[in-house]
Design a protein. Structure first.
Length: 304
């Protein structure tokens, strides 16, 4: 029974021969004789019970089995190289420029505290922060990381859950005073409502009460793609609106806004850290991902 270490040596010799297209050149690179390199490949072929090369006096070509085996060898070599780089990266100093993009309302509420805490812990980091309603193309625009709402199933991007944000239905006391009492979501049909058309089906609101779902298609004469402006309109008495708790916690505490239909809940909004796949990840990106995950795990406003 051949050991794994012997098979790895044979596979490495085979990959070198395949890449060089010659036993002679491969032997020179490996520092062994041509006959020894040939013997190792023959031992590998005996183990696999297939021919890996079509051998002739003039040319060396891979068989179909050889092509398949080489692809796996190259993948293995890439993983070993990535593992080595990842270990070396542990010794890297956390420094350099990080380019981050986040949604407008999220950035306005959280990013000041986050940036100050990040700079205190990693003083040699530089941050370029894009605060925008429009999602950026991380790869084309050169961003290291984004905060996005909703999972992205992009094959070249990694999505990591960050926090689940409570969504509240609110209105100002002045608005509430002049309108019919709300007992169930269907009563919203008689109310002026504000919708965020940044999201799909912005006028289709779904509430939960226990195991029951209550859906209503509200009438929204004002449809705006910015949470901050929607909040201001709600404060001015323009109507009922669904807003993230982190944005209106102070307004609820002061009484400037009041929660509507408190016995009914709206689906939480999931926020994700999104970043391009890289092997290995730069040390500055690894620490940012860990820092943000820990920060939100310990922030009461974000978890409410």
């Amino acid at each position: 029974m051949e050991t794994i270490s012997q098979q790895v040596i044979w596979a490495n010799t085979f990959a070198c021969v395949a890449e060089q297209g010659s036993f002679t050149r491969a032997a020179e690179i490996l520092g062994c004789s041509k006959s020894y390199a040939s013997k190792q490949v023959s031992q590998l072929e005996n183990l696999l019970k297939v021919a890996l090369f079509f051998r002739s006096t003039r040319k060396l070509n891979l068989t179909e089995a050889g092509k398949v085996y080489l692809a796996h060898c190259l993948s293995w070599q890439a993983q070993v190289s990535a593992a080595q780089q990842a270990v070396l990266a542990l010794r890297e100093e956390v420094a350099g420029l990080l380019r981050i993009t986040v949604p407008t309302s999220f950035g306005g509420v959280f990013m000041s505290q986050i940036l100050m805490a990040l700079r205190e812990q990693y003083p040699r980091l530089e941050v370029e922060l894009d605060v925008s309603r429009e999602p950026r193309d991380l790869e084309a625009d050169g961003y290291d990381l984004a905060v996005r709402s909703g999972y992205l199933g992009h094959e070249r991007l990694v999505s990591k859950p960050l926090v689940s944000v409570q969504i509240c239905l609110v209105a100002s006391p002045a608005c509430i005073a002049g309108l019919p009492e709300l007992v169930s979501p269907s009563d919203l049909l008689a109310w002026p409502c504000l919708a965020n058309f940044h999201f799909r089906d912005p006028c289709h609101w779904v509430f939960n009460r226990g195991k029951e779902l209550h859906a209503v298609d509200i009438k929204a004469e004002l449809r705006i793609s910015d949470y901050g402006l929607l909040r201001n309109l709600a404060l001015d008495g323009a109507g009922a609106v669904c807003l993230p708790y982190y944005l209106i916690a102070g307004d609820l505490a002061s009484g400037q806004l009041q929660q509507l239909l408190p016995k009914f809940s709206l689906p939480a909004q999931s926020l994700y850290l999104v970043y391009p796949q890289r092997l290995p990840q730069p040390a500055k990106l690894r620490v940012l991902i860990d820092f943000l995950s820990d920060w939100f795990a310990n922030n009461e406003l974000a978890k409410a």
